[in-house]
Design a protein around this ligand. Structure first.
Ligand code: NAP
Length: 328
């Protein structure tokens, strides 16, 4: 029999690609709030579980018969999470609440890592470059997540807390950071790239920043990396993203050009102007991820240009309406 894998957040934008592309001999079970089978994903089982509930989660983990646990689950609405923001040092009992970013992003990874360690499982936990304050990215795998400062969102801070809580278990845990993930198809949620296409078609493109550093992760590369890390049970911290940093404006212009659309419709803006938007949580200005561990393992994630090329090819294969002629 192949590996038995338990996936949290199987219906997520990144996790559903991992599940759909998993090797045929993997036995995938899932747990969470939403049954991924409703999205057409083929999994062996689904258990309803709120990952912010410590008692229910611990008892579920104790019953798990899977060899590997993979966690995509998170509160990912960066501006929504910001409304839960509390000062650093607020006592845990005041932060602990059902469905909160604190519990799902911060506490759950620690619960899972502790149980994985005591029961001989391997845990892969997906995280983000938003754990960094964005003053000097792209960040290396050795850089420590920042504390809570005005530059770090509550989302990023709670994800950093989750990383810290899942750390210290040696090769039991692999933390995989990704950044601005994008894929060709995921009807439930727009990613960075598909948002640009939609905004262009509706004439609502905002100004994309030309002075922000990002390293977008092509989701099929994330899936490939996760499969390798699972096969090798590679512990530690691993970054997966574009080896060539870019800016949102360069990414948007390149994507529109590749689609055969008017690249000039993406007008450049500045990060500092956008940061003034009311209700907007802080984002890393010089963010992104520098890759070294994944290269050493022989996997080379696509640059943002190559990822865009793959994306546009996949959209054309699906008959996506663009003004682009097929390549000669
Ligand atoms: N999207 C990005 O831009 C980005 C960037 C960098 C890193 N990441 C990381 O990549 C991972 C996947 O992100 P994504 O954008 O693919 O996620 P997503 O589509 O927003 O999905 C989030 C997942 O978390 C689950 N979840 C949230 N709260 C839960 C709870 N209390 N109990 C059980 N499940 C809960 C959701 O379940 P329901 O469907 O039931 O709500 C859903 O499956 C996350 O760890 C995220 O931090 C994402």
């Amino acid at each position: 029999m192949g590996l038995r894998i338990l996936v949290f957040g199987a219906d997520s934008m990144v996790g559903s690609h991992f599940v759909a592309a998993s090797p045929a001999d993997w036995d995938i079970s899932t747990a969470g709030r939403t049954d991924p089978r409703h999205d057409g994903l083929r999994v062996a089982s689904f258990d309803r579980l709120d990952l912010s509930d410590r008692g229910a989660t611990m008892s579920f983990l104790d019953r798990s018969s899977s060899d590997v646990w993979v966690n995509f689950a998170a509160r990912t609405d960066v501006d929504g999470c910001e409304r839960e923001r509390q000062p650093e040092g607020t006592p845990d009992n005041r932060l602990d609440s059902p469905g909160s970013a604190w519990n799902v992003n911060g506490l759950f990874p620690g619960w899972a890592a502790a149980r994985a360690s005591s029961s001989g499982r391997f845990l892969v936990h997906v995280s983000t470059d938003y754990v960094f304050d964005g003053t000097r990215g792209p960040y290396s795998e050795e850089d420590e997540p920042s504390g809570l400062t005005p530059l770090v969102s509550w989302y990023g801070y709670t994800k950093g807390v989750g990383e810290r809580n899942a750390s210290g278990y040696g090769s039991t845990v692999c933390i995989v950071r990704i950044a601005h993930p994008y894929r060709a198809r995921f009807p439930k949620k727009l990613d960075f790239a598909r948002a640009i296409i939609k905004q262009q078609s509706s004439g609502t493109l905002p100004r994309y920043y030309q002075d922000q550093t990002i390293t977008p992760s092509w989701i099929p590369d994330v899936t490939d990396a996760l499969q390798l890390l699972i096969h090798r049970r590679h512990g530690g911290t691993v970054h997966v993203g574009s080896p060539e940093p870019t800016s949102p404006w360069e990414f948007a212009s390149t994507l529109l050009r590749e689609l055969g659309l008017d690249a000039a419709s993406a007008a450049p803006g500045t990060f500092r102007d956008g940061a003034k938007d009311p209700g907007r949580a802080p984002r890393p200005e010089r963010g992104g991820l520098a890759l070294s561990a994944i290269d050493r393992l022989g996997v080379h994630p696509r640059s943002f240009r190559e990822g865009i090329h793959e994306l546009v090819d996949a959209l054309r294969d699906e008959g996506h309406p663009t003004s682009a002629a097929p390549p000669p």
